[in-house]
Design a protein around this ligand. Structure first.
Ligand SMILES: *Cc1c(COP(=O)(O)O)cnc(C)c1O
Length: 398
């Protein structure tokens, strides 16, 4: 092929444009397990950017369970769940998860998915069809936005946390199937959605409440069951999505709901039906992870994480940059422009600190930010190092 192939040229031009706007993204290759200290290019970095909130991604017992799972079930599942890929490990995981939600649904069921992205596509496209209306919170995760588009339902976006506007949209709606869709913990803000109020609206207007708890499962609630336990919510209107690659430290996701809704997903969710089941060993490792989350050890990890959140919130008193008042492990610092956030990220990296620098379109224009994520695996000393470095950067760069 000659180099004047115009489709390729067009892409190259667009990549150059991204570069100019400081929007071209880069991957860094990590050479060691996910942990507070990781090696990148042979260099040790102190990382505050993973979603491994409980520090389970390199937990020895979970690593052993993964190996044991490979011995028991082999490497691959061989087929989709509805053909022959649904193994005992997947089945046990769903049963174990369903037990965590027996307080939230009269007859709780759970369905395990390969990823949270696929679970969100599944729920929205299976529950909402062309005749439905989806009421989508403005700051929802991309996978919920894509799921809404895939469903072909009418989509009405309501402003962030605006219950009044949501109610007026629900009141006007003529759709016979209504779905209110929200993140529980907003992934770039860290705040928790007003779920009790949202549920009350859903019950009043006969709508589903679809909750994506990617950043809450394992972290929120006394026993780590997530945001429904945090608020003590119980309703057949709720469809709950938890992910298993963040606090649970492994990979995958699940939907918890009344068992009839789960049965419907098994019949209709295309991202469940038309894909190879994940390796059973992963489900086997997750059995161990869920056991840890719900044990005393899980509780200790959550309380250590809470003490780090508290320490961060009381120690960082920024003068120019704005830290959002977040009660969760996600602690953003708004810097503003793309150039500035990239410069701050680079300055921190120079000092051996790795913090996520988040730019549009992931966040609204001119709100580029550092996304600091805390983990139960961090020590208070490590957090002190981060706070000092951010203060230094602010003093010299703001
Ligand atoms: C990470 C995330 C997902 C996607 O989950 P994966 O298992 O990583 O595909 C979905 N929703 C939210 C809010 C997330 O943060």
């Amino acid at each position: 092929m000659t180099s004047d192939f115009s489709l390729l040229k067009n892409l190259q031009q667009q990549l150059t444009d991204l570069e100019k706007k400081q929007l071209r993204r880069q991957r860094r290759v990590t050479e060691t397990p996910c942990a507070p200290v990781v090696q990148v290019d042979g260099r040790q970095l102190l990382a505050f950017c993973s979603n491994d909130y409980l520090g389970l991604a390199s937990h020895p017992e979970i690593i052993n369970a993964l190996k044991e799972g490979a011995d028991l079930y082999g490497a691959g599942s061989g087929a989709s769940h509805l053909i022959s890929g649904h193994s005992l490990a997947h089945h046990q995981l769903e049963e174990q998860l369903a037990k965590l939600f027996k307080e939230n649904f009269d007859k709780a069921g759970c369905l395990y998915f390969s990823t949270g992205y696929m679970a969100n596509l599944a729920v929205l496209s299976a529950l909402a069809g062309k005749e439905a209306e989806i009421f989508s919170e403005e700051l929802n995760h991309a996978s919920l936005i894509d799921g809404a588009r895939l469903s072909r339902a009418k989509i009405s976006v309501y402003p962030h946390r605006d219950l009044t506007q949501l109610e007026s949209l629900l009141k006007q709606s003529k759709a016979n199937i209504k779905c209110v869709v929200t993140d529980s913990v907003f992934s770039m803000e860290g705040e928790i959605a007003p779920l009790p109020e949202l549920l009350a609206l859903c019950e009043r207007y006969g709508a589903w409440l679809i909750v994506d708890d990617a950043h809450g499962f394992g972290v929120l609630g006394e026993h780590g069951h997530g945001v429904l336990q945090h608020f003590n919510l119980h309703s057949p209107h709720i469809v709950y999505i938890g992910t298993l690659g963040k606090a649970a430290g492994v990979s995958g996701a699940f939907v918890a709901a009344h068992h009839s809704a789960i049965e419907w997903l098994i019949q209709r969710a295309r991202t469940y039906i038309y894909t190879t089941a994940t390796p059973p060993a992963i489900a086997h490792a997750l059995l161990k992870s869920i056991a840890i989350i719900t044990s005393d050890e899980g509780k200790k990890r959550r309380s250590h994480l809470q003490s780090l959140i508290h320490a961060w919130r009381s120690a960082q008193q920024l003068q120019h940059w704005q830290s959002l008042a977040s009660p969760t492990a996600i602690q953003p610092v708004i810097i503003g422009s793309n150039e500035k956030v990239m410069a701050v990220g680079a300055a921190l990296l120079e000092q051996g600190l790795w913090v996520g620098a988040i730019r549009p379109p992931t966040v609204p224009l001119n709100t580029a930010r550092l996304r600091i994520t805390l983990s139960a695996a961090h020590t208070h000393e490590q957090l002190t190092t981060l706070i000092a470095a951010i203060h230094d950067c602010e003093a010299s760069m703001a």
